[in-house]
Design a protein around this ligand. Structure first.
Ligand code: BMA
Length: 378
């Protein structure tokens, strides 16, 4: 045996140990946050925009809380790639959220969506911590200031956030691992319809909602959460960033823009959406963030071909977006729906939308599963 060979043999255990370690590192699963972000990156680079629907599997236009149903599934044979949910009510220890959905059911649906390879996102229409008024109660315009400056209110606010954090922490899959979710609090803050809206807070106090919320979420160990920022329509980058809390608080740059006024409003919508999404894409690129169309839709879809003629061209033009979410199909308000349902005249158009290469549904998201996603979930 040559000296050289002997040296190699002597070094073998070390080499094996090293390569073993390397292999282990390489195949170790991503954290839930990393998995979610990687999935959005895959969509973005492959010019796929995932389709999402609020409360998709918990009720539809003419049914409520049945298991296994979805208006989208019943039209196109696939689930949305993104399920949107709302945490409103968790802060008051309610068992049902503000739209009557049991939180226990939402938890199960989040896990089911994760198991099918899709994404979950949460908004939060929370009651204020001063007088318990709902998200739309703007009669007291000092709520945000009180949260920021009145120690007792600050503590009540922290407690609200702790309850949200505990809910996120409780979202675990069948292997006991936490499920990564998107959280999109303080949405549409540049409007004046929520107590955290533009005219009801100073810039600094509004930012406190974000920074303190995030501090408490981190303190509670809610490390499975990806954060989305989503103002309503804006005209400029400056306006978009007006109350931006800072890069360290936000992972996804989003925007909420609805098509208002039926067919007569189509140009206004196209213009506002092209402008807003252009801003979101540009800033996301510059800041190394993900981009999304966090809420949109045409209530009642009272225009022919809306999905393929209006929404799809926006998605094709702004293909770096990770996803687009349309709002809910309310079971108790017949005109309050944003996705077609079986029998609706736009169901056929929606099927064409689904078959277009740009749009991604749950099975597409499953195909994009990040390389190091846990074996159990691939
Ligand atoms: C609004 C409407 C309301 C609903 C709220 C929160 O846009 O859909 O009916 O309660 O969102 O989901």
């Amino acid at each position: 045996m040559t000296l050289r060979k002997m040296a190699i043999i002597a070094a073998l255990p070390l080499l094996i140990a090293c390569s073993g370690k390397k292999a282990e590192e390489k195949s170790s699963p991503l954290t839930p946050r990393e998995q979610l972000l990687a999935l959005l990156d895959s969509a973005s680079t492959s010019k796929t925009v995932f389709f999402g629907h609020h409360d998709d599997t918990v009720y539809g236009h003419s049914w409520e809380l049945e298991e296994g149903r979805s208006d989208i599934l019943e039209i196109v044979g696939d689930y949305p790639a993104v399920m949107s949910w709302d945490l409103g009510g968790i802060e008051a220890d309610d068992s049902l959220n503000l739209d009557g959905v049991p939180f226990e059911r939402i938890s199960r649906e989040v896990v089911a969506q994760d198991e099918r390879g899709g994404i979950n996102t949460f908004s939060w229409h929370l009651h204020n911590p001063v007088n318990g008024g709902d998200a739309w109660d703007v009669s007291d315009t000092t709520i945000v200031a009180q949260i920021a400056h009145n120690p007792e209110t600050t503590e009540r606010f922290r407690e609200q956030v702790r309850k949200a954090a505990r809910f996120f922490n409780s979202l675990t899959d069948s292997s006991g691992d936490k499920v990564g979710v998107i959280f999109r609090p303080w949405h549409e803050h540049n409007g004046n319809w929520f107590w955290w809206g533009q005219d009801f807070a100073s810039d600094e106090d509004f930012r406190f909602l974000w920074t303190e919320m995030r501090r408490v979420m981190d303190e509670e160990g809610a490390d499975n959460v990806v954060y989305a920022y989503s103002p309503d329509r804006v005209d400029s980058e400056k306006e978009y960033l007006h109350r931006y809390p800072g890069d360290k608080y936000v992972d996804i740059l989003g925007i909420d823009i609805y098509h208002l006024g039926g067919e007569a409003g189509v140009e206004d919508y196209r213009e506002a959406a092209n402008r807003g999404l252009g801003i979101v894409e540009k800033l996301a690129m510059e800041k190394g963030k993900r981009a999304a169309f966090t809420e949109t839709g045409l209530e009642s879809i009272n225009m022919r071909g809306w999905y393929t003629q209006v929404l799809l061209p926006l998605m094709q033009r702004h293909h770096s977006l990770g996803y687009v979410v349309v709002w809910r199909n309310a079971p108790d308000k017949p005109a309050h729906f944003y996705a077609p349902y079986p029998g609706h005249i736009e169901a056929a158009d929606f099927l064409n939308f689904k078959h277009n290469a740009t749009t991604g549904f749950a099975s597409d998201a499953h195909g994009f599963a990040p390389k190091y996603r846990k074996a159990a979930r691939t």
